[in-house]
Design a protein around this ligand. Sequence first.
Ligand code: ZN
Length: 580
Amino acid sequence: MKFLCVLYILCGFASAAWALEREAFTIAKYDLEIRLEPQQQRLGARGKITLRNDSAQPQKVAALQISSSLNWRSIRADGKAVQYVSQPYVSDIDHTGALSEAIVTLPAEIKPKDSVELEIGYEGVIPLDATRLTQIGVPEEVAKHSSWDQIGPSFTAVRGAGYVAWYPITTESADFSEGNSLFEVVDRWKAREAGSELKVKFSYSEIPGDAFGMLLCGVETGYHGGMVGTNTETGPVENGVDCSWSPIGTVTPTFVKARYLSPKQPQVSLFSFPGHEAGAATYANAFDPAAKFVTGWFGKLNGRVEVADFADPKSVPFETGTLLMASMAAEDSKLAGINLVHELVHSALPSSRPWVYEGLAHFAEAMYRQQQGGRQAALDLLGLHRAAFIDSEKEVSAAPQKNAGEKSIGQPLAVTFDETYYRSKAAYVWWMLRDMIGDDALKQAIRKYRAEDDNIKDPKYVERLIETAAKRDLAWFFDDWVYRDRGLPDFHVQSVHPWKTETGVQIITVTLENLGNAGAEVPFTIKFEGGEITKRIKVRARGTATTRVEMPGTASEIVVNDGSVPESDLTNNSFKISAP
Ligand SMILES: [Zn+2]
């Protein structure tokens, strides 16, 4: 009889399968209790989730997905079990390369915009697993340094969607080997979930004689047990932490648990492993200057930041919100300073706009580098970001330009959830704004920024703050760089004309041309025997701009762009002036 039922359900689904829209539902709310058993690498979860139908059609079936190393145990609605079929679903959105998918028949059809609450239970293990990397040919040794997520007796660190589906998601299959498909699926998921709430009550017990391993999530809201030190009781002691990602924003919900040394600093919590004391001290020493710099630019800190050590020093660093995971095995004071600046900006300036939240943090890293090593050091740091978006911007430049209202192929900064844009391109955009309006005006604008005012009702909020502070119209800049993706500029010297006034003053007339579809204010340097002069000039998209510069000597060369404006082609930026 049971067999027949299963067949019946499967047959029922076969006819409905054509209608399965995996991304129809957004999970608007999670309220989970998660029990960790690190010795067994296990977690058990139960709780409630709220599914909202974001599609245009009524939906009767939902596909809920968790990591393939976890299993569905129960799904209920209104206290009654609902029908579901559990199946493996191949997708590189999870480190295992697959998901456990529950195809759920909802008690009633859910209309567009309507929601349904489900009670769920799932459990399983999360061991180290680099399958999705090794199956595309990444050597195991290398793969495990970036795919480090695991629950383990001595080290637990698990990142959310995009790494490990430790909470349910609803996505189409993502494929690492197919161009950008994985990133597209992850970006789409993140954009859908940015306004969602995820609350998790983590609990675990500590065995007698063991050091308590504090659980970190970057968004701790409460501790139960909350014990530190060592368990001196005769039996296990219960501990737990409440975490609330509300809203999730750009953050990847992550939890970390290890036997770290207790942190001592009040505003930064440095969780290091025994043996890494010197590296932790490097961070501790870097804190005061970093905090002073950040508060000077971004205002007071709103909460502490956490830096958590890796058990494996080769692990690739990762940050989410105000939690940074980076190895403290080495002592690198420059890196420690820059890492802290980044996290402290997050503490000082919360925002649900990715290009503001992450863009400003990366921009601040470059400013801090300038303070330590000069403008060129800062531009070199920014230069490391250029490769991240240069190729996709070339595609945008090559595509025909769209008019207002038409869907463009690019990633407008204002709305993108693509990391390479909201981190790397955004860092440049903030840097260009600073070069254009100066430190004082930009500081003033940043100090007035309030996350709650930066919303859909006021899409030009940031532009207005900056224009007010700078007393300048920057609509053209925001249009080319923030509201739309028009690719990158491409500058070159179109013509140069040296001449002398009647009184013998040497003048040079310079015309620059921008072959790209995004305009910018760009610096150019005129070299002459014994020195050089740098000026700035605004060159609009597909336009030219001409200026005259008075010279103390005979000009020999003009170099456009010191690297502060991201450009598609840097090979045509130098112009030698032949002797007349
Ligand atoms: Zn960040």
